[in-house]
Ligand binder design. Structure first.
Ligand SMILES: Nc1nc2c(ncn2[C@@H]2O[C@H](COP(=O)(O)OP(=O)(O)OP(=O)(O)O)[C@@H](O)[C@H]2O)c(=O)[nH]1
Ligand SMILES: [Mg+2]
Length: 321
């Protein structure tokens, strides 16, 4: 997934004014049109920078020159660079310009040059004016760095192989890759569950914050989430320790991750018999008071999980993303 891209933006040059005369030798030349502006606009239908990175250079149209009969040249067309949500816009030197977090709202980044004056506009300045014109103002140019922070209601985190992608797939229509080796998921992936956006993420390990495993760059995408599903496989011998180690890693990664509301789900329950599950739950109850034990292969478990998630999400969010 392209989540960082460097682009160059350029506003249009103003059109030049012209010198022209009518049949009676009176000044008649029109002004140049204004150069196009450059806008950036949030687009909820795009999910990465792949389209933007194909282009990289965005230039608005120049204004047209003035025309005879005092006519002003056509203004250059503005351009709108559509970016996924949430896009952070930085100057080339990494100072932040703006964060685009809403769909449909456009922000002007560069202003097009103003058009030059034709001799009709300058005629009051006497003979010199009548015989002259001014050129259009140059457009502006800027280098920008864009960074995408995906936005989801819920993030799914846990060790590799915990079954995160399996749960997200089972709760939605997604068909993300699931496999028995670690680090199957290499980048954040989104799926929707009844209006809520779920984000499946790569596995975390102790030391992810120091660059171990897949590193922590992808965790910038968790910044805008307000609910966390912490997935733990029942296959772990010591569930409490597994949980605590991961919590410690959340803390090391970011205060935000550590403090958002969390639902713990113990996965792969279908591996065990009912009796074994009773025994396992007996132990879990001693250490955890808020959890769900489930299997991504069981419809009933998924129904319960979905219901519980929706209940919690409706109390966290008053509207969808
Ligand atoms: N028996 C059983 N196996 C499961 C369940 N959920 C996932 N698995 C298996 O566990 C393995 C890992 O599942 P994934 O969903 O890819 O796990 P993940 O947490 O997304 O893994 P990474 O992307 O590597 O971090 C796969 O072989 C799945 O088929 C479950 O509920 N029951
Ligand atoms: Mg996965």
């Amino acid at each position: 997934m392209r989540d960082r891209v460097k682009i160059t933006i350029e506003s249009g040059k103003g059109g030049d004014g012209i010198t022209a005369f009518d049949r009676k030798r009176k000044a008649d030349g029109g002004n140049g049109g204004k150069g196009g502006d450059v806008y950036i606009v949030g687009d909820s239908n795009s999910f990465d920078f792949s389209k933007i990175s194909e282009k990289q250079h965005f230039k608005a149209e120049n204004g047209e020159r003035g025309q005879k009969f005092k006519r002003t040249g056509k203004n250059g067309e503005d351009i709108y660079i559509k970016v996924p949500l949430v896009t952070k816009v930085y100057n080339g030197d990494e100072t932040e310009i703006i964060t685009i977090a809403k769909s449909g709202i456009s922000v002007k980044l560069l202003k097009g040059g103003t058009g030059g004056l034709g001799n009709f506009a300058l005629r009051k300045e006497g003979w010199d004016g009548k015989m002259s014109r001014t050129t259009g103002q140059e457009g502006e140019k800027k280098k920008l760095n864009l960074e995408l922070n995906l936005k989801a209601h819920v993030i799914f985190l846990g060790y590799p192989n915990a079954g995160k992608s399996s749960v997200v797939n089972a709760l939605t229509n997604a068909r993300y890759k699931v496999d028995s080796y670690e680090f199957t998921t290499l980048q954040p992936q989104l799926a929707t569950m009844e209006g809520y956006v779920l984000m499946d993420l790569p596995g975390l390990i102790e030391g992810t914050h120091k660059g171990k495993g897949l590193g922590d760059d992808f965790l910038k995408h968790t910044r805008y989430s307000q609910f966390l599903v912490h997935c733990i496989s029942l296959e772990n011998d010591n569930l409490k320790e597994t949980y605590q180690k991961m919590r410690e890693e959340f803390k090391n990664l970011s205060e935000g991750l550590y403090s958002i509301p969390e639902l713990v789900i113990f996965t792969k329950a279908d591996i065990y018999s009912e009796e074994q599950l009773k025994e396992i739950e007996g132990k879990i109850k001693k250490d955890f008071n808020d959890y769900i034990i489930m299997s991504s292969f069981k419809k009933e478990d998924l129904r319960i999980l979905k219901k519980e998630l929706k209940k919690r999400l409706s109390s966290v969010f008053d509207s969808t993303v």
